[in-house]
Design a protein around this ligand. Structure first.
Ligand code: PXP
Length: 237
C-alpha cells in the first residue's frame, strides 16, 4: 500500500499569520526523504491554505508524484493545465465547508467534470475522481473514463459506534472490490488516523491512501518527519 501525504494543513498554519513559515515545500521535501509515494495539495478557490506559488515550488523540488486536488472550476483547471501535476483528483468544493465533506456527484457535475477530464488528458495528467463508496458513482466514473477513483473514507472514520464502523467499512471494502473488477484503480482517503487506518490498509486491491490532518497534528508532538514515518510504517506494514 502506498501513502500520499496531504500538506495543506502545513500551509494552513502559515496562512494563519500570513508569513513564510511553515513552508509546505519543506514538508514535501521531508515526505520525499521519508519514502512517501506522493505529495497531495489542494488548491482551493478561496486559497485558504495552498497558494498557486506553492504548487510550482513543490513541483520543482520533488521527484515523487504530485497529486493536485482540485474542483472543476475553470480558473482552477487552467492552473492545473499550467502546472501539469502527475495526477489530478477532482473533488467537490463548497466555500463554507471546513474540509471536503463528500465525494463529487458525477451525475450532477457531469459537464464540468468532462471538460476538466479532457483538459487534463491533453496534458497527460492522470485523473482520479474523489467519490463516495457508491457503486453508481463508481460505474459513472468508469463510463466517463477516469483512470482512478479515490473513495471517501470520512463516513467510515466518523462513525461513533462499532456497528456504524462495521457498516461503513464493509461498504468501502465492497466498493474497492468492484473497482478492481471494473479495472478502475482504487485509492482512498479522508479522516484516516493512526488507529482507523489499520483496517483500511488491509483492504485487498486498494493501491494508495491519502492522509493529511492526522499526520500534521501528530507532528506537533513528535516532529513532522517522525509523524510521516510512523504513518508510512502503518500503511505499508
Ligand atoms: N483525500 C481528499 C480527496 C481530500 O480532500 C482530503 C482532505 O483534503 C484528504 C484525502 C486528506 O484528508 P485528511 O486531511 O482528513 O487526512
Amino acid at each position: 500500500m502506498k501513502l500520499g501525504v496531504n500538506v495543506d494543513h502545513v500551509a494552513g498554519l502559515r496562512q494563519a499569520r500570513g508569513g513564510m513559515d511553515p513552508d509546505p515545500v519543506m514538508a514535501a521535501r521531508i515526505c520525499q526523504k521519508a519514502g512517501v509515494h506522493a505529495v497531495v495539495m489542494h488548491l482551493r478557490e478561496d486559497r485558504r491554505h495552498i497558494q498557486d506559488g506553492d504548487l510550482f515550488r513543490v513541483k520543482e523540488v520533488i521527484r515523487i508524484k504530485l497529486n493536485l486536488e482540485m474542483s472543476a472550476a475553470p480558473s482552477i483547471v487552467k492552473t492545473a493545465a499550467r502546472l501539469c501535476p502527475d495526477q489530478a483528483t477532482l473533488v467537490p468544493e463548497r466555500r463554507q465547508e471546513k474540509t471536503t465533506e463528500g465525494g463529487i456527484n458525477l451525475f450532477r457535475n457531469e459537464r464540468a467534470v468532462r471538460n476538466c477530464l479532457e483538459r487534463c488528458r491533453k496534458k497527460g495528467i492522470e485523473v482520479s475522481f474523489f467519490i463516495d463508496p457508491d457503486p453508481r458513482q463508481l460505474e459513472k466514473a468508469k463510463k466517463m473514463g477516469a483512470d482512478a477513483v479515490e473513495f471517501h473514507t470520512g463516513y467510515y472514520a466518523d462513525q461513533q459506534t462499532p456497528q456504524g464502523v462495521e457498516k461503513e467499512f464493509l461498504r468501502l471494502e465492497r466498493a474497492v472490490k468492484l473497482a478492481c473488477q471494473m479495472g478502475v484503480v482504487p485509492y482512498a482517503g479522508h479522516g484516516l488516523d493512526y488507529q482507523n487506518v489499520k483496517r483500511v490498509r488491509d483492504i485487498r486491491g486498494l493501491q494508495e491512501l491519502n492522509i493529511g490532518y492526522s499526520i500534521v497534528t501528530r507532528a506537533l508532538w513528535v516532529g513532522f518527519e517522525n509523524a510521516v514515518r510512523e504513518m508510512l510504517g502503518l500503511v505499508s506494514g
